[in-house]
Design a binder for this molecule. Structure first.
Ligand code: UDP
Length: 333
């Protein structure tokens, strides 16, 4: 198929581009490089553009005869979203609607959307099924949910065929070592722990130890980025086979506390790390663990790298080999 991947130079987008190309698809990776890395896109055509440029996107869909879009391009940090909700509404909702309009004009039928566990808010039930109430506790979750709402109505009125994937915590790196996680600034737990292990940070900060969890730190469900990427291919195939629009959770169903993540990382890197306990990060729910029963049943998705030590090992291999992340000097085309 001919596929446009928005945010194709980002962490999850670039891993998905790699899987799509390996499966024989023609891929155009689009990214404004505000957070993405040009060096993360190797085998696909790369276009540097912003979703705000709706005319360009429509023309691109037409010129490249795109049949499906995978939409990763978004702002995705809970803490940042609490401080800058306007930027989140602009990037995630307004630009998302631009993309839907471009697809409508170019008659592009299929969309796989990057959604998030943050749409649920504070869970009333764990593991969380897709029918769980959606009451986000931060603008990140609220903006992703807003676009999910638009997808449902676009589908009903205009026949858009979509699958929305609600990711829990993406982690790890390409097991072949080509790609990894390189955010600037880095805010995610596992890469920060590994940066502490590399001596790039003085200590691991632990946000809150008074949550209603066994050790007082937040519990999350970590899913390997390649397993996430593979789910996008299954979603696309399901849409092409005529599957009705759907929403799926993507996680492993295992919850690990922040302290458990740090301890597991310590085993992987072979030494203990300095830790500092600080206050809670605003917007963080105490526990987020997925029920992925629906995607396993409907799309036959099964994770290949489900255990936390393996997930952290793949990330550690990447960080050791690329302590400064991707090369920054590569020329932008
Ligand atoms: N966290 C932490 N210290 C850090 C970064 C994150 O204690 O330096 C916690 C954070 O509060 C959350 C969990 O680790 O409970 C995972 O956070 P991350 O930012 O990796 O992912 P998110 O859950 O926001 O998608």
């Amino acid at each position: 198929m001919r596929i446009l991947v928005t945010g194709g130079a980002g962490y999850i987008g670039s891993h998905t581009v790699k899987e799509l190309v390996a499966a024989g698809h023609y891929v155009v990776a689009l990214d404004n490089l505000s957070r993405g890395r040009r060096a993360a896109v190797r085998q696909a055509k790369f276009v540097r553009a912003d979703l705000a440029d709706q005319k360009l996107i429509t023309e691109l869909l037409r010129a490249e005869k795109i049949e499906a879009v995978m939409h990763f391009a978004a702002s995705s940090l809970v803490g940042e979203s609490m401080q800058h909700p306007a930027a989140y509404y602009q990037n995630n909702v307004v630009n998302g609607l631009h993309l839907l309009e471009s697809m409508r004009q170019a008659k592009t039928p299929y969309l796989v959307f990057s959604s998030t566990a943050a749409v649920y808010g504070e869970p009333t039930e764990t593991p969380i099924p897709e029918e769980h109430p959606t009451i986000p506790t931060n603008p990140y979750g609220a903006t992703k949910l807003a676009l999910e709402g638009a997808l449902a109505w676009y589908s009903r009125a205009y026949g858009l065929k979509y699958i929305s994937l609600r990711y829990f915590n993406a982690a790890g790196a390409d097991p072949e070592g080509d790609l990894g996680e390189d955010h600037d600034p880095e805010t995610h737990l596992i890469p920060l722990v590994l940066k502490a292990a590399l001596g790039q940070l003085p200590a691991v900060k632990i946000f809150g130890r008074d949550y209603p969890t066994p050790d007082g730190t937040c519990i999350r469900d970590y899913i390997h980025v390649t397993d996430l990427a593979r789910a996008h291919l299954l979603a696309l195939k399901a849409l092409a086979d005529g599957k009705e629009p759907a929403v799926y959770n993507l996680g492993n169903g295992n919850g690990y506390s922040v302290l458990e993540v740090v301890q597991t990382a310590e085993k992987v890197v072979g030494r203990t790390l300095p830790k500092i306990f600080t206050g809670r990060r605003p917007g963080d729910p105490a526990v987020l663990v997925a029920s992925a029963a629906k995607i396993k049943r409907d799309l036959k998705w099964e994770p290949l790298y489900s255990d936390l030590p393996t997930i952290i090992e793949t990330a550690w291999r990447w960080h050791k080999k690329h302590p400064q992340g991707y090369p920054k000097e590569r020329k932008i085309t």
